[in-house]
Design a binder for this molecule. Structure first.
Ligand code: C2G
Length: 129
């Protein structure tokens, strides 16, 4: 079984996230999503609209997603890769190169982001309506 992991906030889930998750799953047979906790988001200067529990419930309902774990720190990735026997780390290419340090532990792949959509764009569009 080829195991894939990806990391993110996945707030106000949109088709860009879904396309990323589907392509990530297509890299193997089992997809783990390490979902940023509300505390970790604060460190990313992000304030998710939905709580971690709400975002987790949404992700767990997605066919491509097999397991959701908390992302609490930047440093946990190496430990996650070992603990969950990960074969591929997948991120959108806005992170291009940022996680190459883990290429000694697993394959690292960056997939093209979906253009024209982002959670912050949704929030700003809705606030101006
Ligand atoms: N994404 C995408 N296309 C979009 C928006 C997002 O492909 N239009 C991808 C991002 O590249 C990322 C994933 O969807 O791989 C989740 O995006 P965010 O929730 O914005 O996650 P981010 O804040 O980038 O957190 O340790 C890594 C961080 O937790 C990543």
């Amino acid at each position: 079984m080829k195991r894939v992991i990806t990391y993110g906030t996945f707030d106000l889930l949109h088709y860009g996230h879904i396309r990323l998750l589907e392509r990530a799953k297509a890299q193997g047979d089992y997809l783990i999503v390490a979902l940023s906790t509300d505390e970790f988001n604060a460190g990313k200067n992000k304030r998710a609209y939905f709580s971690w529990e709400e975002r987790r419930g949404i992700l767990e309902a997605i066919r491509s997603v097999d397991l959701v774990i908390p992302e609490k720190t930047w440093e946990q990735k190496a430990e996650d890769i070992v603990r969950y026997h990960v074969d591929v780390l997948v991120m959108g290419d806005d992170w291009e190169g940022k996680f190459d340090e883990f290429s000694d532990l697993c394959e690292v792949k960056y997939l093209a982001r979906t253009a024209e959509i982002s959670t912050s764009q949704i929030k700003s569009d809705l606030s101006t309506r």
